[in-house]
Every structure is written in C-alpha cells, then in structure tokens.
Ligand binder design. Structure first.
Ligand code: ATP
Ligand code: MG
Length: 365
C-alpha cells in the first residue's frame, strides 16, 4: 500500500504521505573494548524505521496501529504528534503538519505514550490537571464534566497529592489517560496506554475512549500488543511490518484474511466420537477434527483448501446436526501470520493431517 492515498481533507483527519523516518546509528563493535570504540567511531548505518508509509484516517474512526516490536509504530506516532520531523514525506493532522506547528497541533490532540510520561514528574495529578486546564483554556463545564468522569471510571481521586514520579505504573497510566482526554481533543494518539492496568481499569479505559468517540466524535489511534484492547476499542486497523503498511481496512476485513477457519457443531448420530472425527478427516482431507467437550465436535480447516460452504454442506450431508457455530477467526492468529512468524507447530500438524487424510480417504473437492 504505497504511493500517496486519495484523500478528502474534510473527511480524513489524519493523512500520511510517503512518510519516512531514518535514524543514523553508530555501528556497534562487539565486546567491552568494542563498546568503548563505538563512542569514537565514525562508522554509522541508517535504520529506516518508517519506510514511505501512506494512509488516511477518517474523522471519528478508531484505528488500531498494529505491528511487531520495532515495526515503526511509535516512530510514526511521534511524527503524527509533532515530536519528530520526518526524514521525507509528510503528515497532516487536523489540516496541519504537526512538527511545524507543535503548539497549535497540541490543542487538537491528546497523547499517551505508555513508555514515557507526558506529565510533570514533580507535580501531583491535581496540580498537573490545573495547569493543563490553563494551557488548553478548558471551559469550566467541560473541565468539571471530565473530572467527574475520571473520578467515576478511573478513581482519579485515589491518586491524592503524590508527585507523579512516586506513582505506580498503573496509577500513572490512569493519570496519563485522563490528561490526554481532559481538553476534549479531536484526535487521541494512544501508544500502549493500558500497560500496567488491571482488568477492571482496562475495561474503564475502553468505556472512556468509546464514550469520547461516540459523544464527541473523537478520532482514536491506538497501538497496543493487547488484542483485547484492539477488539474492544477499534473498528479499523492499519498493520505495519518493517516500516511499511501491509493492511489498511476494517478489523472485519483483517479477520477475513485469516488462513484458518473453524466450525463447531452438535449432532445426534449414534456414532462413537473417534468414528465421527475419522469420517470428517477422511471426507475433507486437510481439515482437523477434534472433540470440543460435551459431545461437540470442532473442525479446523485452512481457508484456501475449503470454503465454509463446502465444509457445512459436507457436515449437513453426513450428520444430523442439532447446532452449528462458526466463530470469527482469531485476530492473534491473523497477526502472527502477518508478522511473518507463522505458527510452525500448527502448520506442521496441518501438513501431517493432510498427509494422513490423503493416504486414507476421498475428498469432496
Ligand atoms: N531514537 C532512535 N534512534 C535510533 N533508532 C531508533 C530510534 N527510535 C526507534 N529506532 C529504531 O526504529 C525502529 C522502529 O522503532 P519503534 O519504536 O517505532 O517501533 P515500535 O513499532 O513502536 O515497536 P514496539 O512494539 O516495540 O514499541 C526500531 O528498529 C528501533 O530500534
Ligand atoms: Mg512502540
């Protein structure tokens, strides 16, 4: 997905055009002496962290920015928030290039970097909020409404007057999240916002951001390695791999790229479980049938080998079905494949299943 996207400035609140960021890093030499030599070396290499990325995000979208470690997510967000200037290409957020007009940009965005604080280290949370209120010129009713929400959902009062540097990671993240939304920004960039949060707080954060999106139309860009966050918050996904965009579309579209599908069913045939599993694996070479508890059977199959319609037609013909369920593909599986790691064990098991079935049965294709 390279080249400049066709964009509609009114509709797309975030636009990246061939956005590229390179870092110049000193070439490391091995060993302790090598480390010392690195300090004086003139040898450098270029790391292209973001490699000609183009995308356009419509206002009000909730986009997951997904990629393996080192894929370039944080670097992209740093450019979108004005912290870093691109090596080439450009980006626009709410119509301005963020790194050119940092202060103006700050008014329309809210930022959380899980890895580093946006708050004043030596101030308490209430003092930080009072300063933010003045910086952003937040109207009294907005400030009150938001504080009441953070009290209810993030238990923000419990943080007391402790300086930020003395807060636990989870306590600090609650304050960071609240601070990022305090001025009702048009766009929030959240880079791993839920690290250190327990399940109850994770849920509260999801409620909070979904509410801002629903009531105020806030655009959300989220990076997270927590699939639960992505599923609960985002409706679209931008997937990056080694600095390049490899998928942009709805989460639903992303799931449709899954190479493995599954269906589970109950039946009322007087057949021993093993015989039922063999019947399926012989009839559909390449699928894996297993018991799913309580007499239910699970059929896993590679999407490229059979369509759901073929699998279902086969089951309906051979079994007296009483219930049938085809769950959505697993986002984690999809991402694992996109990141290029693959699930070798699973692939091998499937290959073995195919060989076993081919040696003993006939297919429906
Ligand atoms: N300031 C920097 N100087 C040199 N290299 C950098 C710098 N910041 C990032 N990089 C390199 O750029 C690449 C992308 O880093 P980035 O932090 O954007 O990845 P990420 O997708 O956010 O990863 P993670 O999921 O681990 O947070 C990595 O190879 C990283 O080492
Ligand atoms: Mg990162």
């Amino acid at each position: 997905m390279s080249g400049a996207p066709r964009t509609d400035a009114a509709r797309h609140v975030i636009v990246a055009e061939s956005l590229t960021k390179e870092f110049r890093v000193a070439e490391r030499k091995p060993g302790l002496l090598g480390s010392l030599a690195t300090l004086f070396t003139r040898e450098h290499r270029i790391v292209r962290a973001v490699d000609g990325v183009s995308f356009a995000i419509p206002a009000g979208a909730k986009t997951a920015y997904i990629g393996a470690n080192g894929a370039g997510k944080s670097t992209t967000i740093k450019m979108l928030t004005g912290i870093m200037t691109p090596t080439s290409g450009r980006c626009l957020v709410a119509g301005i290039e963020p790194y050119r007009k940092r202060q103006l940009n700050a008014r329309s965005i809210g930022v959380v970097f899980g890895q580093r604080s946006q708050l004043w280290w030596d101030l308490s949370v209430p003092d930080s909020f009072r300063i933010l209120r003045r910086i952003y010129d937040i109207p009294e009713p907005v400030y009150r409404r938001n504080l009441a929400l953070y009290r209810e959902l993030l238990d923000i009062d419990a943080l007391g007057t402790t300086p930020v540097r003395q807060l636990s990671l989870g306590q600090r993240m609650r304050a960071e999240i609240a601070a990022s939304l305090l001025h009702d920004p048009a766009v929030v960039f959240w880079d791993e916002p839920t690290i250190g949060l327990d399940m109850v707080l994770k849920e509260a954060v999801r409620v909070l951001v979904n509410r801002a999106n629903h009531e105020l139309g806030t655009t959300v860009v989220l990076t997270s390695h927590d699939i639960g966050d992505i599923a609960a918050i985002c409706d679209s996904a931008l997937v990056v791999d080694r600095g390049r965009v490899v998928h942009q579309g709805s989460i639903h579209d992303l799931l449709r790229t899954a190479d493995r599908r599954c269906v589970t069913f109950d039946h009322r045939d007087p057949l021993p479980a093993r015989a039922a599993l063999d019947l399926i694996e012989r009839g559909l070479p390449g699928v894996r049938a297993s018991e799913d508890g309580g007499g239910r059977i699970r059929v896993d199959y590679p999407a490229g080998l059979f369509t759901s319609r073929q699998v279902l037609a086969f089951l309906l013909e051979r079994f007296d079905l009483t219930d049938c369920y085809a769950p959505e593909p697993d986002l984690e599986d999809v991402l694992r494949r996109i990141y290029g790691r693959g699930d070798k064990a699973q692939e091998q098991a499937e290959a073995e299943g195919t060989a076993r079935a081919l040696s003993g049965g006939s297919g429906v294709r």
